[in-house]
Design a protein around this ligand. Structure first.
Ligand SMILES: *Cc1c(COP(=O)(O)O)cnc(C)c1O
Length: 633
């Protein structure tokens, strides 16, 4: 057997491409995490898993690398700083983090902390988000940007922020918001900071593109922009108009869309400035993407640019138009969320079994008076040679189909059906081994190979942990944590433990074309095999639904300890217990327990259960209410 190398592991799982320098494989063949990117000694992910086991933390679990989060915040600020220096840009960068992408308190705290020296701010898109943002973003230099539809309470909270001397900017999405904001400001005697969100004509391709274009849900049309400026002027609030905003949609795959948006958006900025609107900031929204599939292309799950190129194009694009239009350059605001949070967290799940259609270990010897179909199938399989595999494959398929019809008519029995199927799987496995893949008609070949692959059953819920993979077909990188120095020899897809046929992942990243199966290792008795879903820190972390009442996962926060691969687990956040998920669905765990106990008591009273046994059953039920929702394995 040819040697399996790290280079081959890279080709199989592409972690050097989607990992952005944060992931590698160490000498033990374990996946390692490098919060400081290239050159640093990595944290062995298998060691983190062992430590979690020692601490009694059950899987599936979310592991967050808080140092990666910090690294992402520093990186976006540094690339903009460099682009500003290189272009001699005469204004500043003020990034904000949109908390909808991952609202976890620990995530928001870490981002603010890492961004403190850069006056990095926050963005809220709803009243509930604003309630938390107001309490967290206390830096008077950092921006708080408010998007989304707004009622009067939302607007009043914004004015509260102004009273606290914060740079809270209300971005007007609809004309009616503007009138109400100005009414409230007059009533409370608080001057607002106003942003205007414009709809750009450009619309980019992609799964998240509906935020852009003329029919976008949010933003003002050109006529509305002009009307808004007139209202601000008439009511004496023009000096409050500080920011122009647009947002193309998330995961912009093609850098050309960014360039187009910048030139269109900056023209609008310039024209408004020329009309006397004293705009100080231009907010180019989110959309900075992630290379989920590692192809560095305009695939839906990829991007054809990096952070440096993005920053450089934004800065130089704005400067160019401002010079042409002879207006001052604005401070630049971005609202990147995905790019900040995606890398820092992963979901680790244990493979708990295999679901295999192709069963080959049933006794198929000839028996007295067996049905002719069984005999035929046995004879066909004996004739397999290199020259006739295609013919044999077709014959075997035909007999298997006939067998199903015959079984439905009651002509063959269960034993005979099992024999025919076994013979069929044995011969197809042999065909798969012997064929020169190029000679085989490709439809037949892929049909055969698909039918031979297994599903690895993993203890997690796709709906909870990879919502976008299910809802919009987003690709996420998935790979084993260990044995990366061994050739993976099982091609399989992933099935979750929900009772739903959609609860699976059967689309995987690849350099050429996405694949239906992933190469994994054969399971060994008595040895745990964990796989990770990576880049889950943006949206996936917080969007999951409670399909089948599988709730939030156990979670640990890992920090590096020095630079030699040591780490410590700082925080453990327990996932949902069964009683928690039932409570969110309006059940009372106490009442459930009471009802169960009543039923047991009745059986005891009728003499069907002994009291001692009854008590044990009630205790068992109560303990189950305290259990983690996922399988104990
Ligand atoms: C969702 C959203 C963002 C975040 O977009 P990413 O692509 O995750 O960076 C930024 N701004 C607005 C207005 C949004 O709705």
């Amino acid at each position: 057997m040819k040697e399996w190398t790290k280079e081959k592991a890279k080709r199989a799982y592409l972690f050097d491409r989607w990992g952005n320098g944060y992931f590698d494989v160490n000498d033990k063949g374990h996946l390692s995490v490098h919060p400081l990117k290239a050159g640093s000694v990595g944290i062995d992910l298998d060691e983190v898993i062992s430590e979690m086991k020692d601490q009694g933390i059950a899987f599936p679990a979310v592991i967050r690398f808080q140092d990666i989060l910090r690294s992402r915040v520093v990186e976006i600020n540094e690339v903009f700083k460099e682009a500003i220096e290189e272009n001699n840009y005469p204004a500043k960068f003020f990034g904000v983090y949109p908390i909808k992408v991952n609202q976890m308190r620990e995530v928001v705290e870490e981002i603010l902390e890492a961004g403190r020296d850069y006056n990095y701010g926050l963005e809220a898109g709803s009243k509930a988000e604003l309630v938390s943002v107001l309490a967290y973003n206390r830096n008077p230099e950092a921006l708080t940007i408010l998007n989304g539809y707004k009622d009067n309470e939302y607007l009043k909270l914004a004015l509260l922020g102004r009273r606290l001397n914060r740079k809270v900017i209300v971005v007007i999405e609809k004309m009616t918001e503007l009138e109400r904001l100005l009414d409230l400001s007059e009533e409370l005697g608080v001057r607002p900071l106003v942003g205007l969100r414009t709809k750009l004509s450009i619309k980019c391709a992609g799964k998240w593109a509906d935020s852009g274009g003329e029919r976008a849900k949010f933003g003002l049309t050109t006529t509305e922009l002009i009307k808004s400026v007139r209202i601000l002027e008439e009511r004496g609030f023009l000096d409050c108009a500080q920011l122009l905003h647009f947002h193309l949609g998330s995961q912009i795959t093609d850098i050309r869309n960014v360039k187009d948006a910048i030139s269109e958006g900056t023209r609008i900025y310039a024209k408004l400035r020329q009309m006397g609107v004293p705009l100080e900031y231009m907010d180019v929204g989110g959309g900075l993407g992630i290379d989920y599939d590692g192809t560095h292309s305009t695939n839906q799950s990829s991007i054809n640019y990096g952070n440096t190129e993005y920053a450089s194009d934004v800065v130089s694009g704005i400067k160019q138009v401002c010079e042409l239009e002879d207006v001052p350059c604005p401070n630049i605001v971005t609202e990147s969320g995905r790019s900040i949070t995606a890398h820092h967290s992963c979901v680790i799940t244990k493979v708990i079994g295999t679901i295999k259609t192709a069963q080959t270990d049933f006794e198929t010897k000839k028996s007295e008076g067996e049905h002719i179909l069984v005999t035929n199938m046995r004879d066909v399989t004996k004739e397999l040679k290199k020259e006739n595999f295609n013919e044999i494959y077709n014959d075997a398929k035909k007999i298997k189909d006939d067998c199903i019809s015959a079984f439905k008519l009651g002509v063959i029995n269960l034993e005979e059906k099992a024999k025919i199927e076994t013979l069929y799987w044995q011969v197809t496995a042999r065909i798969d081994q012997m064929v020169d893949k190029l000679e085989f008609p490709s439809d037949d070949l892929s049909e055969l190979q698909d039918s031979l692959t297994s599903q690895y059953l993993c203890n997690f819920s796709v709906f909870q942990s990879a919502a976008d993979s299910w809802a919009i077909g987003q690709l996420l990188p998935i790979m084993p944590i260990t044995r990366l120095n061994e050739k993976p020899n099982v091609w399989c897809s992933i099935a979750d433990i929900t009772c739903d046929s959609d609860g699976k992942i059967d689309r995987f990243i690849d350099l050429e074309e996405e694949t239906k199966n992933l190469p994994l290792h054969e399971l060994k008795d008595g040895e745990d095999y964990f796989v990770g879903l990576f880049l889950t820190g943006a949206y996936q972390d917080v969007m999951g639904d409670m399909h089948n009442l599988f709730g939030r996962l156990n979670e640990v926060h890992v920090y590096k300890d020095g630079d030699n691969g040591e780490f410590y687990i700082e925080e453990v956040i327990p996932g949902n217990k069964i009683k928690d998920v039932l409570s969110t669905m309006q059940y009372s765990p106490e009442f459930l327990s009471y009802r169960l106990k009543r039923s047991v008591d009745k059986e005891i009273a009728e003499g069907n259960i002994r009291p001692r046994e009854g008590v044990a059953w009630v205790d068992f039920y109560d303990n189950c209410l305290e259990d983690y929702t996922y399988l104990k394995t």
